[in-house]
Design a protein around this ligand. Structure first.
Ligand code: UD1
Ligand code: CA
Length: 469
């Protein structure tokens, strides 16, 4: 059976009070829409259409060329939105008739602002549609507020959906809600949508009307009750977004703990991406992990550290408030506190990077140390190099970047400026306070500083100079 997915994302999202489209607000570092698309793609649909309206340009730019974009200039209702989408996804096999259900496949309808729906729940709805039924995702809410209510008959069969604004007092007491997510045989859906009329409290074309049509046509409606309410919770304002964020983060933390990671406080860690971790890692409070992060075994991450798109080898210690981005760190290294490891950094085993050290596009060989206050950019350092405090690679001449190459066992004294392009060969020694501009040969000592002069018996000025002089 072929599957098409339609994601509705044309609404304004007034309650977000934002200049940006609601579906572009982020949950765990990725847009709401991206979450929905990612889950949809796990179902391997034949086609995926996204209906956009408000801030359509911004939304289309965000996702690019992947989906079929459908512009809904006026938001006339969910039924209208799906109808437009189906016009953009023409029936593929000509089986566009009511009894061709199995042949023409299924359509899964998702909302761009319901980010946590699971593949498991969706698969159940799709199974119903594949069997020629309607799979409708519902949930039980303690406080269903203004969501559409599911009306079942005495036997518990779903009869229809009533919108809050159209519901009677009794219907408003119902606690089973319509998530809006459903899977429907494609040809049936096309036909039912032509029958939807805007005769209701809101004057909209309600997608929900098709449930009554299904029942009238003898097509069973299967309720798929979501395992947890958050699966079908939509984001309407920033408070709801923050609630979902916490739920999402708690789950991520639980997943890592189950994999053998100790988390100092699961309420105070933020995981915004795909994180894998070996056993016995420790994550202290207020750590942020972003993008693709791989932690080896026994990695210790101190409070306030931010690690983004990086791999950290086993036994490495990331001390407090260290930022690591786009880098590869091998085993048993020590980073920080307050270090900044910028993209393109590669640190071999047992490298030590201390406080206020910044690295960028640099490779440090095993056991090399830069313990305090240094900048290493576009540099290649061998094994066992000692970089003194205040060492700076002058890699930028205002136009181009130049490399610095430092051989094994080099000692760079404190407060040294290394003017690139520059090479310091194996075993060389650079005296503290040097400006090094020419190659230092292996085993040599470089001193590049003005010779000290002491002036005998110098007298300090004994009077304040007049300001005008
Ligand atoms: C809809 C359902 C309601 C359900 C609720 C769940 C209908 C008639 N009602 O109500 O039963 O409980 O969702 O959240 O379907 N959208 C468009 N184009 C439109 C209208 C909406 O793309 O013309 C999109 C919105 O961007 C949003 C989704 O559809 O992602 C739902 O729209 P919304 O206005 O929030 O629907 P509700 O009235 O809340
Ligand atoms: Ca809504």
């Amino acid at each position: 059976m072929s599957l098409d997915v339609v994601i509705l994302a044309a609404g304004k999202g007034t309650r977000m009070r934002s200049n940006h489209a609601k579906v572009l607000h982020t949950l765990a570092g990725r847009s709401l829409l991206q979450h929905v698309v990612t889950t949809a793609l796990t179902l391997q649909p034949q086609r995926l259409a996204v209906v956009v309206g408000h801030q359509a340009q911004e939304v289309m730019q965000h996702l690019g060329d992947g989906p079929v974009w459908v512009e809904q200039a006026e938001q006339l209702g969910t039924g209208h939105a799906v109808q437009l989408a189906l016009q953009a996804l023409p029936a593929t096999d000509g089986a566009d008739v009511a009894d061709g259900a199995e042949k023409s496949g299924a359509v899964l309808i998702l909302y761009g602002d319901v980010p946590m729906v699971s593949q498991h729940t969706l698969s159940q709805a799709i199974d119903a549609a594949a069997a020629g039924q309607v799979g409708l995702v519902t949930a039980e809410f303690d406080d269903p507020a203004e969501l559409g209510r599911i009306v079942r008959d005495a036997e518990g069969q779903i009869q229809r959906i009533v919108e809050f604004k159209d519901a009677s007092e009794n219907e408003r007491q119902l606690q089973e809600i319509n998530s809006g997510i459903m899977a429907v045989p494609a040809s049936r859906l096309r036909e039912w949508l032509t029958r939807v009329e805007p005769h209701n409290a809101q004057g909209e074309y309600y997608l929900t009307d098709i449930i009554e049509f299904a029942v009238a046509d003898g097509v069973p409606v299967v309720g798929v009750v979501a395992a947890t309410p958050e699966e079908v919770t939509g984001v309407n304002d920033r408070a709801q977004l923050a609630e979902l964020e916490r739920i999402y983060q708690r789950r991520q933390a639980q997943r890592l703990m189950a994999a053998g990671v100790t988390i100092a406080d699961p309420e105070r860690v933020d995981i915004r991406g795909d994180i894998t971790a070996g056993q016995d890692c420790f994550i202290d409070i207020n750590v942020v992990l972003e993008g693709t992060v791989e932690l080896g075994e026994g990695v210790h991450i101190g409070p306030g550290a931010v690690i983004c798109d990086s791999a950290i080898g086993s036994g490495t210690e990331v001390h407090p408030h260290t930022v690591v981005e786009g880098s590869t760190v091998a085993a048993n290294c020590s980073l920080g506190p307050f270090a900044r490891i910028r993209p393109g950094t590669r640190l071999d085993d047992e490298v030590k990077i201390g406080n206020f050290v910044e690295t960028k596009k640099s490779h440090l060989g095993p056991g090399t140390k830069a313990s305090h206050l240094a900048y290493l950019g576009d540099a290649t350092l061998g094994a066992g190099v000692n970089v003194g405090a205040g060492t700076v690679t002058c890699n930028y001449d205002g136009i181009n970047k130049h490399p610095t190459i430092i051989g094994d066992g080099v000692f760079v004294g404190t407060n040294t400026t290394l003017v690139a392009p520059l090479e310091i060969a194996e075993g060389a020694f650079v005296a503290a306070g040097s400006s090094v501009t020419v190659k230092v040969e292996s085993g040599d000592l470089a001193i590049g500083r003005a010779k000290q002069r002491n002036i005998k018996g110098w007298t300090r000025p004994d009077q304040r100079q007049d300001k005008d002089q």
